[in-house]
Design a protein around this ligand. Structure first.
Ligand code: ADP
Ligand code: MG
Length: 464
């Protein structure tokens, strides 16, 4: 069994959906279970519709315009992707979902505010609709697969921290197995929406931003999948965000700890939550590109494997991640004793928003990417320390487990980043890294220059 997760950009149009159907069919022999995100930009528009509905009369036309835009978009693309034989079922589903969404928006308009609970209810429609569409698209394909839709709210059980709910694994795992395994054993391909769950009482929740990768890992761990595939719009984990560094190269293998540290340090892929369940269950994750399949080249189909690292490869930096919009936080002990342990405790609590740059018994320097949580964090530190805050920074992190085992590599990385005052971070991280804090305005240039120094090899060549 494998889990195949498709991101929003992989299901943004009828053509993309057809491509996904082809990819799933190609992996049929591996007994796939499909997890899918909302169609491109849907979640953002749903939440915008909720906000404008809450703003009252003046903005209401905007809320309905967004509603109609979303309904038309889903109608258009799904009708083009699904054979006419499936249209009656499709139309009934769309009508039911968008009818319910209209009701929730009306409720928000009358309440005049979007509670976190209502925000989750609205946001959930993206995945509920996209997964129902994909299930029909797979199902109606000529010589089709049987692809039953599974309601993720029945199987992914969470606590009630709306907008960032945490899975309750003891409840979730048996439900997932019960809902999925009989289908797989009968040769069917179950499809479920990511990101969305529900409390034990059946109230809809979401796992937080980009939570579909997380859902895929939860499913993969529960059914002990051979592999969780995350299909996206890049060839794998790259040596830097390809939108920032055009020359970025694919990374062949990463350990769970390296992937986790990269995710915490700002790499968008894989999502932070994914690594926990996958790592615990020892289910490898493979990042793949759903767009370049026609090239069918071996290197592209290989993507990046997160799990076991190639032990024979020479030591090297794996990737450079960056997080903009950073507050620099410097804390110094105000009392005596246990300073460092207390700093780690706070970092643990606010992970991944807080990153360590430097820490000893006299001073700790951290970066924070959630200004909305600054007050809480300040309060947590001020119980035992004084706090200074600087703004407008970007933190750049070079990650590799080899930084701990190979002093030569650590020296080299520090030397390459010397102009930007690098710090080697070995404690309080999942994998060792070298970090620099730079002015936001110069960040892109620094990353490009650092990337050119660290990865001088030929463009296009993957690194181990
Ligand atoms: P999806 O919609 O498929 O879930 P996302 O848009 O959330 O995908 O994430 C994919 C994007 O992550 C890529 O297009 C890329 O710009 C960005 N990204 C940032 N850092 C990296 C990295 N180191 N390797 C690969 N992609 C990265
Ligand atoms: Mg995404």
């Amino acid at each position: 069994m494998i889990v195949m997760k498709f991101g929003g950009s992989s299901v943004d149009t009828a053509e993309s959906i057809e491509r996904v159907v082809g990819i799933v069919r190609g992996q049929r022999h591996r007994q796939p279970v499909v997890v899918v995100s909302a169609m491109a930009k849907t979640t953002r528009k749903l939440l915008e519709a909720a906000d404008t509905a809450a703003a009252g009369d003046l903005d209401l036309p905007r809320a309905w315009a967004l509603f109609e835009e979303l309904r038309d978009y889903h109608w258009r693309e799904s009708h083009a992707a699904i054979l006419p034989a499936g249209h009656a079922v499709l139309d009934a589903m769309l009508e039911r979902c968008f009818g319910e969404l209209r009701g929730v928006l009306e409720e928000i308009a009358s309440e005049g505010r979007v509670t976190p609970r209502l925000a989750d209810h609205v946001a959930s429609f993206g995945e509920l609709v996209s997964s129902a569409i994909l299930s029909l698209a797979l199902d109606t394909f000529e010589n089709g697969l049987e692809a039953p839709w599974i309601d993720c709210r029945q199987v992914v059980i969470t606590n009630d921290e709306f907008t960032r709910a945490k899975p309750v694994y003891e409840e979730t795992e048996p439900r997932l197995r019960e809902a999925i395994l009989p289908h797989v054993q009968a040769g069917r391909v179950p499809v479920l929406g990511g990101y969305v769950g529900a409390t034990l009482d059946g109230v809809t929740t979401t796992l937080g931003k980009e939570g579909s990768d997380f859902s895929a890992a939860i499913v993969g761990a529960a059914i002990q999948a051979e592999e969780v595939q995350i299909w996206t719009d890049v060839d794998g984990i790259m040596t830097a965000d390809p939108r920032v560094v055009r020359m970025a190269r694919r990374v062949r293998t990463l350990s769970f700890d390296e992937a986790l540290e990269l995710a915490c340090s700002g790499a968008k892929k894989p999502h932070y939550g994914t690594l926990g369940p996958a790592g615990r269950a020892d289910v490898p994750i493979r990042i793949l590109n759903s767009w370049h399949l026609h090239l069918a080249s071996e290197s592209i189909a290989e993507g990046t494997l997160i799990g076991r690292r190639n032990a024979a490869a020479p030591p090297g930096i794996k990737s450079i991640a960056c997080k903009p919009g950073i507050h620099q936080i410097v804390v110094r002990p105000s009392g005596t004793g246990g300073f460092l342990d207390r700093v780690w405790e706070v970092c643990e609590r606010f992970r991944p928003a807080l990153l360590t740059l430097d820490a000893d018994e006299q001073r700790a320097e951290l970066s924070l990417d959630r200004p909305d949580r600054l007050a809480e964090i300040r309060e947590a530190f001020e119980r035992f320390a004084s706090v200074e805050v600087g703004r407008g920074r970007t933190v750049i992190s070079m990650v590799s487990e080899d930084l701990a085992s190979s002093p030569g590599l650590a020296d080299m990385a520090l030397e390459m980043a010397r102009p930007w005052e690098p710090r080697l971070v070995l404690r309080g991280v999942s994998a060792p890294c070298v970090r620099c804090l730079v002015d936001e305005r110069e960040a892109e240039d620094v990353i490009a220059e650092l990337h050119a120094r660290v990865f001088p090899g030929p463009e296009g060549e993957p690194i181990e």
